[in-house]
Design a protein around this ligand. Structure first.
Ligand code: URA
Length: 434
């Protein structure tokens, strides 16, 4: 088989066979297929798509590029959640410890930043010492001991996704239903969870811009999950503005810490409670989602979710003094609040542009393997529907470089639209598939 023929076949809109897909995934994982050929095939997939059979084959080839965990010897029932990618999406940092604190083990393989969207692992690595590269043995031992793991792909766990994800991030090949489906579901299959809640985002700060696309993505992922014997629920959630107020690694960790202490922005807290409620329901800790939401709320209020988060940080080598006292986190050298240029109602936010502004500041990667600046980011001071007076604080930029700061400020200003007439707030969710 020759890689160039696979690229040409997909370029011409033809379906790849199961063997061809395996050849690509195994060759790229082993390093025998170079980045430039893999990137060309990924772009052909973005432009030409894949049918259901190809997407299923790609998912399984990626899942089986490493070990597929059987967790029965460490936990009787494990739940997981995954987001299709958004801006300010720090949901896993709150939901995973909350659910685990209710006695339902959470074994989760997360991702890094992708395109304009942030990544849970990058956020967690803001905590000095935190390790996101656990081996299979470490994953299992930690799940058994404290009932929570948040790690990334490793040489043994979905290594194909680890490599393809990093390549997609910097080659404009993120926005594709088959590539997102296979990336998410391969990790979920490899990590061995019995039940999965998928948080499928739609809107300006999501990879799916329309409800129709989001439904297609959700349906495809639910189908694949079911085909491999997992219980799956998909929520379709709004991403027409960042979730919460903070976008940027340390800033988001701090917002998640506030939320675990019972505070935090209302939209972010309510979103987390709903996802946690679904997970608790799937795991049999609640009879329905509303009961699950209640349980999650009590678990946060009683401090048990926070205690579980601390256990997670300690178990994975993080310096817990930082999360205990977030004032220890280093801050950017330039912290500047930008006033509203006019009075009115915040009508719309290009959340992808806010994500790109943070990338411009150094909070994301331009090239594979680029180091991140964890300190930088943007904190908005209003949500869609809020009334703002000219001159009132609109957003705060955290930067370490004056030129980047200027570019990011312009991007954020361009991303915000005002209206003279009242605008309704955005909903949190648009639908649920089970
Ligand atoms: N999250 C993933 O893990 N992969 C994607 O492709 C998008 C979001």
């Amino acid at each position: 088989m020759r890689m160039v023929e696979l690229i040409e076949k997909k370029r011409d809109g033809k379906a790849l066979t199961t063997e061809e897909i395996r050849y690509f995934v195994n060759g790229y994982t082993a390093g025998t297929i170079p980045d430039y050929q893999a990137a060309a095939l990924l772009m052909a997939i973005v432009l030409r798509g894949m049918d259901d059979r190809e997407t299923g084959d790609l998912t399984l080839a990626m899942a089986y590029s490493g070990e597929v965990l059987d967790l029965k010897d460490v936990a009787p029932f494990v739940v997981d959640k995954h987001s299709s990618g958004g801006v300010g999406d720090k949901v896993s940092l709150v939901v995973a410890p909350t659910v685990a604190a209710c006695g339902l083990p959470v074994g989760k393989m997360s991702g890094r930043g992708l395109g304009f969207s942030g990544g849970t692992l990058d956020k967690l690595e803001s905590v000095p010492g935190f390790r996101a590269d656990l081996s299979v043995a470490e994953f299992k031992a930690q799940l058994k001991q404290i009932g929570i793991v948040l790690t990334g792909q490793s040489a043994n766990l979905a290594p194909a996704d680890g490599k393809l994800y990093a390549l997609r991030d910097v080659t404009g090949t993120v926005q594709s239903i088959p590539l997102i489906t296979s990336s998410i579901m391969s990790k979920k299959i490899a990590a061995g969870a019995d039940a999965i809640v998928l948080d499928v985002k739609v809107g300006s700060g999501a990879f799916m811009k329309s409800l129709e696309e989001a439904r297609l993505l959700a349906e495809g992922m639910v189908r694949i999950g079911r085909a491999v014997g997992r219980q799956v629920v998909a929520l379709i959630s709004d991403m027409n503005q960042p979730l919460g107020y903070a976008v940027g690694n340390i800033l988001e960790v701090r917002e998640a810490i506030d939320t675990l202490h019972g505070g935090g922005p209302a939209d972010f807290r309510d979103h987390c409670l709903e996802v946690a409620g679904e997970m608790l329901c799937l795991g049999g800790k609640a009879g329905n989602t509303a009961e699950g939401v209640r349980l999650a709320k009590e678990t946060i209020a009683g401090g048990r979710a926070w205690e579980k988060f601390r256990q997670l940080i300690i178990a994975q080598g993080g310096d817990v003094r930082y999360v205990d006292d977030p004032a220890r986190f280093p801050t950017a050298t330039i912290i500047e609040t930008i006033p509203a240029p006019q009075s009115g109602y915040l009508a719309a936010v290009r959340a992808d542009e806010i994500g790109m502004a943070v990338l411009t500041l150094g909070g994301g990667r331009e090239k594979k393997g680029d180091p991140l600046d964890h300190q930088v980011g943007v904190v908005l001071h209003c949500k869609v529907g809020d009334k703002i007076e000219a001159g009132a604080p609109l957003f705060t930029v955290h930067a370490n470089d004056p030129a980047r700061r200027a570019e990011a400020v312009q991007r954020v200003l361009r991303a915000l639209t005002f209206s003279d007439v009242p605008v309704p707030p955005l909903p949190l969710f648009y639908g649920r598939l089970a």
